[in-house]
Write a protein that binds this ligand. Structure first.
Ligand code: 5AD
Ligand code: SF4
Length: 440
């Protein structure tokens, strides 16, 4: 028997990339690779890249530069670039970093073993096509390996919305939903392997419109209700959603489906109607606030999370104040915020840009407001009973760490509790980024 080859995957960016990296590792398992957590002893290095942040491609080129000496020492080493930078840059990557052997875009991961076999010793392999079929169907799972209690499952990919700042419609392509039958099979398989919580992933997950098992087209809510029937699956989450796709059945499910967790990531990006229009968001601040009201009517304790961009072209101080007002009106439990930065090829990249110092100042003020809200919501958990899915042991003897239904990290002195257990916990203390509690 030959020794297995070693694969080092470095994952950047979103949860979908984390999920994709797992699938690629499994596919490469079939080609004789096991994973290693260091590039130093790897036979193949794969960067699963993200294009959403500024100078993403530049950062990948400099990361690749760091592997030059490894390639010099070990000519058999194969170096690949996957993900959204691979999709956006294509063959340019090999021109700029000739040591790269293969480039694979997000829709072609099922071809990775084939590309790996073709590439190496000066031979290049590249696939950045957008094929029609479901790549996940071809990504075979490792036989029944045990999994952590919480897992991701991609149900939808791509985006047709074309927000003026965003590269996703170009790198991930048009919206495609996976058929419900495959998602359910994968969910059952995950549960058999110890998973109790599944987060359904999609760039526009609530626009899900896949083939149902009854022959019709299903909404995300219909899919969630079917997953609700899977024995052993205790918690369902989904991310990321667009305000315009929050359908009535999905809002209602937040009140009636007990496995659906009371946490919703619903990015608004800005609170100024002028900026929202320029962003091509097709909703305004008011319609977003009314939507939040309806969601809270269905599930009053839901914790809301969002994404914000400050300093989008033409954003004035008044526009920024509209965003701050919207944040005050919503009261977020969590949020991700960014200074606008240009992405080549997107409409907003061509417009007049806001001064960098102004952006930094706005970001600071916005983040201060969000942290205040986040901390006060977290503090309000003290004295309450929450349900905790335990994921791992903590730093101290007998301590376990898990997540509440609201996605807060909870530390508990919990002798005898195992990863995968779900227990009631009374919250005793709120720290900066976590809660402490006792088993009830
Ligand atoms: N500049 C700043 N932030 C951006 N995002 C996406 N594109 C840009 C950009 N060009 C943010 C949005 C999105 C999140 C994933 O990243 O807020 O929701
Ligand atoms: Fe990008 Fe989301 Fe807008 Fe689609 S909806 S273009 S993924 S920000």
């Amino acid at each position: 028997m030959t020794a297995p080859k070693k694969l080092f995957i470095k994952t950047y960016g979103c949860q979908m990339n984390v999920y994709d990296s797992e699938r690629m590792a499994e596919a490469m398992g079939g080609a004789g690779y096991i994973e290693t957590d260091t590039p130093d002893d790897a036979d193949m290095i794969l960067l699963n890249t993200c294009h959403i942040r500024e100078k993403a491609a530049e950062k990948i080129y400099s990361e690749l530069g760091r592997y030059k000496h490894l390639k010099a020492e070990k000519p058999d080493l194969k170096i690949g670039v996957a993900g959204c930078v691979a999709q956006a840059e294509g063959a340019e990557i090999m021109r700029r970093q000739p040591m790269v052997d293969l480039v694979v875009g997000p829709q072609s991961y099922h071809r990775l073993p084939e590309l790996e076999a073709q590439a190496g010793h000066g031979k290049k392999a590249i696939d950045t096509d957008f094929p029609e079929d479901d790549k996940f169907e071809h990504l075979t799972a490792r036989p029944k390996a045990k999994r952590a209690p919480a897992a991701f499952l991609t149900v939808q990919e791509g985006c047709d919305k074309f927000c003026a700042f965003c590269v996703v419609p170009y790198t991930r392509g048009a919206e495609v939903s996976r058929p419900a039958a495959r998602i359910l099979d994968e969910a059952r398989d995950l549960v058999e392997r110890g998973v109790r919580e599944i987060t359904l992933l999609g760039q526009n997950v609530n626009a899900y419109h896949g083939a149902g098992i009854d022959g019709g087209e299903w909404s995300l809510a219909q899919l969630i209700w079917e997953l609700d029937k899977v024995d052993g699956l205790e918690r369902i989450r989904f991310t990321t959603s667009h305000p315009n796709d929050m359908s009535d059945d999905l809002i209602e499910a937040h009140g009636t489906c007990s496995k659906l967790m009371p946490y919703l990531h619903l990015p608004v990006q800005s609170g100024s109607n002028k900026i929202l229009k320029r962003m091509n968001r097709s909703h305004d601040a008011d319609s977003y606030l009314r939507l939040i009201e309806r969601i809270r009517a269905a599930r009053p304790d839901i914790l809301l999370s969002g994404d914000f961009i400050v300093g989008f072209p033409e954003e004035t101080e008044e526009d920024f104040q509209d965003t701050m007002d919207l944040i005050r009106a919503v009261n977020y439990g969590q949020a991700f915020s960014f200074k606008y930065s240009t992405r080549p090829g997107t409409p907003a990249a061509e417009r007049d840009q806001v001064d960098e110092n102004v952006k930094s100042d706005r970001l600071q003020r916005l983040q201060a407001l969000i942290s205040e809200q986040q901390q006060s919501i977290q503090d309000s958990m003290v004295g309450r009973d929450v349900s905790v899915l335990f994921e791992r042991s903590g730093r101290f003897e007998g301590q376990m760490v898990g997540k509440s239904e609201y996605l807060h990290a909870v530390h508990v002195k919990a002798d005898g509790v195992q990863a995968g257990d779900i227990r009631r916990v009374r919250i005793t203390k709120s720290n900066r980024n976590s809660l402490d509690g006792d088993l009830v």
